[in-house]
Design a protein around this ligand. Structure first.
Ligand code: GLY
Length: 524
């Protein structure tokens, strides 16, 4: 077995969603483990995962426990009212992918966020009840457990129930997050019993979520039925009626997570295993790696003007393809083979001019026939046997739609904004899309989430993923390039600042202090 497993969480400061000056690189000290590892966005959730591993649970058992714990202690993105994607690689190298992405309700239709003139109605797809897709997380966890779990389900949900009922201490970030969203919480949560809505939370305050503890208990005792039927479903539908939402009992009953075939590619000595549609992550990541593989990035140097220029040019072309060709494969024929054809990708790079950035208007998607949130979260787990799980999960924006189901205690996502709500109109991350990602009943909205696992010499090498909306793909790409081309340690690769280009808008975003001033001046 590998002597050293690197598991890490990319802690990314959003590059594309915030003005670059709002970004700061975090210099985080990493941990190296020689047998097993749990990495999540919250220490209490990580502790829950570690305890499961100590009890003899495997990586999937630990992941399920972490997912539920994050819904309690990290409600800004951890969730049971959202969705996500899992990449799995077992100790023998077998791989799998689980899609528990939210889906559009049956009553959804392509123009539901437009007014009678065909213009986008501000905030309708991002705030409030109508922004929510049918949640996928609980069914996803049940499916993961059925296929790969080894411990009793009840034991995996119980730690989250304990945290919610006994209470836990708020971190600075979480206290600030609750305070900052106070006005929206007031606007979209209208029942009387909402003591949690205040702008006076402080780091170190103790918080309990008794209503969420009750919902988790129903999930513990009834698995899928504890969420998609019975009391939880009734509370969710009552919430929909209060806020003119459209999710129905039928939607909940019909939602099912899907097992999918991972996107697998070879980048030099590394086998890359990542998420297929309805995430764009795996295809876009492999396109970027294939586009770069013939260029001497190591020789050009880390964040040298030439490296940045070529990587940014590749990103433009990949995001142009994403906007046209990627969507839910159950509704749209995704030309995956063509998009991953090396000859096609290398031809696309032939139009790169050494001395000049290609204007986005002169780049379009490739021709063959056949978008997101900072407040997403990622966790990576490797157990002592060498089974590895890479999960990215989200409510989309911070606290999703800001609607917390009254009496049930969980936030609902605002994932509907990841659809192309009007062709050519940017979503909250500036991403544009078209027909492939138009809204349709039960369709899954396109994602950028890129949970990924790398193998080298048939051994587990890297478990990687990140939050960051549209920047997820380029951040995972750069972390991989930093390790494989620039010989950085995993922690160094995560700490290194990043740059991002997503075709439209025609801008290169650079994290503050990520790139040397001279290099910036020498960019084309
Ligand atoms: N909501 C972020 C994503 O799915 O890409």
């Amino acid at each position: 077995m590998h002597s050293r497993i690197y598991g890490f969480l990319l802690i990314i400061i959003a590059i594309s969603c915030n003005p670059p000056e709002a970004s700061e690189s975090l210099q985080v000290q990493g941990t190296i483990a020689d047998s097993a590892m749990v990495v999540s966005a919250h220490p209490l959730a990580t502790e829950v995962g570690l305890k499961i591993l100590h009890k003899g649970g495997n990586a999937v058992d630990a992941a399920i426990a972490v997912q539920f714990a994050l819904a309690v202690v990290y409600p800004v993105a951890g969730n049971i009212g959202g969705g996500g994607f899992m990449i799995y690689r077992d100790k023998d190298g077998n791989t799998d992918a689980l899609d528990f992405r939210e889906a559009a309700p049956l009553a959804a239709h392509r123009d539901m966020y437009l007014d009678k003139n065909g213009d986008v109605i501000e905030n309708l797809s991002t705030l409030g009840h109508l922004a929510a897709g049918i949640p996928g997380t609980v069914d996803g966890m049940v499916e993961a457990h059925k296929k790969y779990g080894s411990m009793p389900w009840e034991e995996l949900v119980q730690p989250a129930i304990d945290l919610a009922s006994k209470g836990f201490t708020l971190t600075k970030n979480e206290a600030e997050g609750l305070n900052e969203n106070y006005t929206d919480f007031l606007a979209y949560n209208t029942t009387a019993d909402q003591e949690w809505i205040t702008d006076q939370w402080k780091e170190g305050d103790s918080i309990q979520w008794p209503d969420l503890a009750k919902t988790l208990t129903l999930i513990r005792d009834n698995q899928r039925e504890g969420f998609y039927a019975g009391e939880t479903a009734q509370l969710l539908i009552a919430e929909m009626h209060r806020g003119k939402g459209i999710i129905t009992f039928e939607d909940l009953e019909n939602y099912h997570a899907s097992w999918r075939t991972p996107v697998i590619g070879q980048y030099k000595k590394y086998k890359v295993i990542s998420m297929p549609p309805p995430s764009s992550g795996g295809i876009a990541l492999m396109q970027l790696l294939y586009m770069m593989e013939d260029y001497p990035l190591k020789e050009w140097g880390f964040h040298s003007p030439k490296s940045i220029h070529y990587m940014a040019e590749a990103k433009k072309r990949v995001y142009a393809d994403r906007a046209t060709h990627l969507g839910d494969p159950n509704f749209h024929l995704v030309p995956q083979k063509e998009l991953l054809n090396k000859k096609y990708l290398k031809t696309r790079m032939k139009s790169v001019n050494d001395n000049k950035s290609t204007p986005s208007d002169s780049i379009s998607s490739g021709l063959f026939t056949p978008y997101e949130s900072e407040e997403t979260t990622h966790y990576s787990i490797v157990d002592a046997q060498g089974n590895a799980v890479s999960i990215t999960t989200t409510l989309n924006g911070s606290y999703g739609s800001k609607v917390r189901v009254a009496g049930a205690g969980f936030f609902l996502n605002n994932e509907m904004d990841d659809f192309s709500i009007k062709p050519g109109t940017p979503n909250m991350y500036g991403l544009v899309g078209g027909e492939a990602n138009a809204i349709a009943p039960f369709k899954r909205m396109l994602s950028s989430m890129t949970p990924t696992i790398l193998e080298k010499d048939n051994e587990l090498f890297m478990v990687v993923g990140t939050p960051g909306g549209s920047t997820i793909i380029t951040s995972v790409f750069q972390a991989i390039i930093n390790v494989t081309e620039h010989d950085m340690s995993m922690q160094g690769a995560v700490n290194a600042g990043r740059f991002h280009d997503q075709w439209r808008p025609d801008l290169l975003f650079i994290e503050r202090n990520a790139v040397d001033k001279n290099a910036i001046e020498n960019l084309n």
